[in-house]
Structure formats: C-alpha cells, structure tokens
Write a protein that binds this ligand. Sequence first.
Ligand code: BGC
Length: 711
Amino acid sequence: MQKWNTTAVNHRANEILARMTLPEKVAQMVQVPFAYVSREEALDWAKRGAGSFLHVLGEDAREIQRLALGTRLGIPVLFGIDAIHGHGLNQSAAIFPSQLAAACSWNPAVLEEMGRVTAREVAADGLHWTFSPVLCLGRDARWGRINETFGEDPYLAGELGAAIIHGYQGEDLADGEHILACAKHYIGYGDAIGGRDSCDTEMTFRKLKETFLPPFRRAVEAGAATVMTAYGSIDGTPFTASERAMREILRGELGFTGFVVTDWDNVASLVQKQFVAKDIDEAALLAARAGNDMMMTTTAFYESAIRLVESGALDESVLDEAVGNILRVKIAMGLFKRPQDRGTPDCLGCAEHRLSALFAARESVTLLKNDGVLPLNETIRKIAVVGANADDIRAQYGDWTYFTHPHPSPKSTPARPYVTLLEGVRMLAQPHGIAVSFARGCGPLPDEVDDLEAAVAAAKEADVIVLAVGDVVEQAGEYRDRADLSLSGAQEALFERLLQLGKPIVTVLISTKPLCVTRVAEGSAALIAAFNGGMYGGQAVAEAIFGAVNPSGKLPISFPRHSGQIPVYYNSLPGWHGGRYVDLPETPLFTFGEGLSYTSFAYSALHVERETLRVSVTLTNTGARAGSETAQVYVRDLVSSILTPLKRLIAFQKIHLEAGESKQLVFQLQRDDFSLIRADEVRVVEPGEFMLFVGGSSKDVDLLTQVIALE
Ligand code: BGC
C-alpha cells in the first residue's frame, strides 16, 4: 500500500476536508505559475490557499509558504518544478545527462542516483515536487521533446522510469531529502501524429494498453505519487477529458492512488485549442469529471468550479475526491510537519553530486562506429577539435536548464563548473604533451558566422580530427519539432571539406535527438553519440576518446537514415513488403540496443527452462580490456491472434567483465512477459510457441535464439 493511502493518512485528510469551505477546496486544486503572474497576484493566491505553485525558487517560495501557513487552515503549499535532468533551472545545480542521454546507460542504478541527487537539490531549494520522469515513448525523432524520453521502448522506459522514481521519492518521502515524482505525460504525448508537439494521436485504447501504458504501470508500481495529463487526444477525446483514461484505466486498472495534475493550461485548452468546450465552465466540468485533481496554470478553474457546484452542475463530492487525493499526498510527505527547511542546506552542486553527474555521463557514452582509431594511440601528437557544439555548454545541456526555462535566456552566463568536449580533450591531452587546436567551423544554425576555411586550416595540421556535430536548444523542445533531421547549417559541408583532407575523423554527436548522419557515419573513422551529456558530458566523451573510459552505452532509440524514413523503431508491427522504401535500405542507420566497446563480448550456451521461465546465457569478455556489456532479452510470439512485434524487449542486465572473464547470466522471466492485449482489450498469454532472443543488440546478427512452447 502507498504511504498516502494508510488509515492514519486518510483519517487526517478527511478531518481537514470536513473543515474546508467550497472556495478553500477549489483553491487546493489550483496550481499557480509564479513566473507568469504578477507578484501581487501570486501572493494573493497564497492567501486564498492555492494548493500549489510552480517554478518559484528560494525566498519567493518561503514568502508564499509563510502566507499559506497563515491562512485559516494553514494548509502548506506544494512547490513543483521541472527538475528533469538535475535541478537544472537553478544555476548552482549538478546537471545530469538528459533523459535520452542517460537512457543510453541502460543502467537503472544511474537513473536512481540521478533521481536521488536531484531530489536532494530540489529539497534544499525549498521545493517538493519534480515534473519527471517523462514516460512518453520517443518513436518519432522529429518531435521536439525526444530528448526528454527514455527512447522508443516501453520496457526500457518503464525500468528506467521506475529507477528514477525510486531515486526521487526514496524509502521515506517524509525524510525531507526526497521529493514527489510525476509520471508524465499521461498518455501518448510522444505518439503525436508526424511528431508534431501536442497534436492528436492515432491511438486506440487497445494500442494504448499494449504499448504506451506499460511504463506508467511500472511507475505506479514504483509508487509515483503524481501523474500529469497529456496535451493530446485519443480517438477525438482530449486526454484531459477522458474519464476512461483517467478513472477507468489509471485508477481502476493500474490502481493509482496519488493525485493527477494537468499539464500547462490543459483546462483552458479544452476551450481555446481543442474546441470541445464552449467556455471555461464547461471545460472545468469536463476536467474535474475526468479525474484531474490539480489544474496547472488554469487559475480560472477557481471561479468556474465554485459556479458549477453552486448551480448544481457539478457534485461537490467530485471536488472532495480531488482535494482528498492532494491532501493525502501532502500529509504523507510530511509537508504539514515540515513545510520548509527540508533537506540539506548548501548541497547544490556539491562535489558528491557532481561526481554522480560525471559517472552518469561516462555510463552514457555510446560508441556507434570505430575502425580502430579509438582509443587514440601514442602516435597522435596533434588534435584538431572542430565544430561549434564542441565548446557550447548550452548545446551540451540541451533543454530544461536555466538557459531555457522558465523563460528562454540564451544569453545568461553559464555557471561553472562544467566541462565541454573541447575542454575535456585539452584536459586529457595535456599530460601526454599532445597539442590541441580548436576551430568552430560552423554551428547548427544557418545565421551564424561560419569559417570553414579556418577549420580546414586547423585540421590540416592535425593527426586526428575530433568533429562535434548536432543541434542546439533553438531546434528542440516544446513547439520546436523539425521536419528535416539532416545536419543543419553548414555542418555537412564542413564534414565534406574535412573528409577531403584524408585524416581520421572522430565525430561526436552532441544533440537532442538522433539526427540523420548517414553520410557522416560512412566517412568518419569513429562515431560517438553523446546527446546532451550534462555538466561533464564533454569530459566523459574525451575520456572515451583517450581510452580512460571504455564506452558502454547502447542506443535506446533508432537512428533514421533519412527524415523520410521516420518513424523507424525496432519493435514495429510486421508488414507485407518489409517496410522498405525503394530508395533506402529497410534498416535504420543504427538500431535500438546497439553500442560498441573497446573490448568484445561473446554469448554462448543459451538455455531456457520452459517450466520456470529461467533463461541463462554465458557472457565472455573476449577482448583485451575490461568493459561493460548490456545483455538484452527479446521475445517474439510466433503466432498470435493480433499482430505483435517481431521482437520485443523483456529483460536486460548491464555487467562489468574483466578481460577474458566469463559469467553466467540468469534472467527470471514472468509469464506476463509473453502476454499481449487481445482485440477485446484483455491481457492474455496465448498458448503456442515463442522465440526468445538473447544478445548484445536488437539486431538479428547479435542474438542467440531458442523457441519454447507455452501452454
Ligand atoms: C510541459 C510539461 C511541464 C510543464 C511545467 C508544460 O508545458 O509540457 O512537461 O512539466 O510545462 O513546466
């Protein structure tokens, strides 16, 4: 049972609820956007007993809390913030790799630690709640928010999501060091048609249950205290208005007992953007009935809900239920006992936290190609680092830091410490007396001043070129989807010029998403996907280039060869003609689960016990140095009543092996791993044969197989 669902907590919540007036109840359901209202309005909302504020830090938060505590019932305010890869809106915080970058680690311990550290920093800042993790699937790389996802696979997203939720919430939410997590965006936001942010989805409830619900199921099992409603819609019904999605599935089927917050102004959007309500009263009615407990930024909900109850259109018991959900979480997290001064003061960006950010970055470096140039050997005396992203901390951070939120402030001064790729290369080159030159060449945006000649001149002198390509925050995030994922600006041209020099090029992708780097991948001697590596992303990549770190990342998302190939993900449903365009191979450029190492691994002796569903395999490090490998288990239902993917991830393990070392890995599968959602929306295991695959990526060549029959 969740801690906010105990008899004691229920009793206390009911006591408070019984004393509340209608306006006091409705105020609890309002979340005020501090950065978007005047100070006076904000303070006024605190005096009215608003349940929550978002995006407010430090002294402002303290003042609001003092006012709330001074109200008739003194119900403390819950402060929420988007601390999604570290408490990044605060300049002093430890900034971790983006969710997509961290997902490359395939290491739940990394995500749990990222959550733990973020929670400590958020708590120390006087806040209680982060709007994280994103459990939408990243299946269309055109979408601007791909960087916020754990990639394309429901199982991986669920496991990593559960891990970060444990990190945020800990064992005891009331210890002051932990904060509330928020599983978002419920549901299907990542599946918006064409990757267009917040558009409609082509989803059915069956598909929702089969593909998009599992990560939320894991989040609820992991105890996520809150869930955020998505912007989109399902079969013509906005999720904000979907009683079926929220009451029947989230609460009924998943057993969620925390509270639901809408996304930004979802209630007003029912009127202004989705046109399913004629006015705000009708929108408020739909939202409350559907099961949204707290309304983010739609402060007009306050007057509307009062009118609705007074006119008899809305039963007050609907509000009682919502307020009860909010109060129970506030009580369980000890907010009444300790509304402020939680956490450890001065822990923001402390050495211990920064070390965790560095470790996360190291675990996430993903080597996609290597003709042997890496790690660099002693013959290298001169390195040319080229490309604007090699020395641009904004690009390395990506979205959701103080450069992007709550208001875009690209010109604000970056706060040290951090290490860009250029700085990392210099740091590692220096002890060996290796010379490092730098030329921007060009950046991803066309309006920048390019100097390809200077880059070519620097590269001409070098033994190896380290080229950073990618995108910048102006090309990603909410409202910023891209139609064309080829390298923007003069980046391709720069690459061609460098290629003509005939020197080995080590290309590093510092980007928010998989870009179409087909030509660059072909021509580069080595290719590393770093995505947005956080404060030490540059250092971690440099360490990999020099061999101080043996890369162990695996892709959580496939790379399209061309924008026209999107969507391309490994677990799509089978089609007749192979899903191939006449002008492209059917495979992605790089596929889910791929990632190289400086050592090699071999899988052997796959054994599956049909009775116990115990899978074992021997993994051997067959190379000359220690390294980590992620063993992946996939399943295919050979004949099923509905289409099922040709491969679906059901387990994985990341293991460290010394050179020459062997280990037997054991995966204990569950019967449910073999289940599907039938046409009538019931989850079942259909008897018959299943193929199990075990190996180092989702590619056939990397997998051992065995067929088992299940009753
Ligand atoms: C985003 C959410 C975010 C919220 C608060 C919305 O626009 O979709 O993911 O948590 O803003 O900043």
